[in-house]
Design a protein around this ligand. Sequence first.
Ligand code: UTP
Length: 277
Amino acid sequence: MKEKLIRKCLFPAAGYGTRFLPATKATPKEMLPILTKPLIQYGVEEAIAAGMDTMAIVTGRGKRAIEDHFDISYELEHQIKGTSKEHYLTEIRSVIEKCTFSYTRQIEMKGLGHAILTGGETLIGNEPFAVILADDLCDHEGNGVLAQMVELYEKYKCSIVAIEEVPKDETYKYGVIEGKEIEEGIFMISNMVEKPDPKDAPSNLAIIGRYILTPDIYEIIKNTKPGKNGELQITDSLMIQAKENMVIGYKFKGKRFDCGSIDGFVEATNHFYNKAK
Ligand code: UTP
């Protein structure tokens, strides 16, 4: 059997989710459900479908519900065992059986780059790994976005970011890339800017919440200066990696919902509701 090059997936989930207050005051944003499943479970299922079995989650204060979700709830299991309601637990049981979970806390919210360094060094170690931002919910008939990226990694063996075209006037919400298209939908990145004003954006190709990173990124993050909003931006570190080595932008197949925003969350809910009908 072919050796798996990427077995571990990191979920930075320490953010406050302020756009969903007050819902996120005592509940992690990643636990908000689209229909019956919390956002982070969709992410974990995507990682499992891409062949991964080790989930590493960066949490923060008030995020314990995530750990409880990926664990057995003895009282509940005991109560509904053998009843007509037991099937409601089938999906989550199967997720828990297929992989392991580990957690670390990001003590201070110093940005996505810092969250990746915190989780990567302690929970992943010296191997390439995937990153999922669970509030970017992706759906695709056939291979999921992460599975598509793993396939690409086997060919290029460098860091990869998922990108999509966004309206030019929305570039200020994203990291935006510039690059040469070396194959259809595959860009060798030459420039990357975090949340640029539309007039300064090098393109309308925005980075979304799926990455494959090589472990040299840790040292690069440590040597990256805080950027926009005084935070360690992963985009700035990836730009250094792109100059020193190579980073690829991949226009993925599928649909992405920005579930960190109310509009995207409602859109995703409608999409999965119509799909389930
Ligand atoms: P966001 O920019 O969406 O921030 O972070 P947020 O706090 O989750 O949400 P708002 O903007 O306050 O509503 C993007 C991703 O990076 C993680 C978040 O959990 C989210 O998945 N993140 C960000 C961290 O884990 N740590 C950080 O310091 C910053």
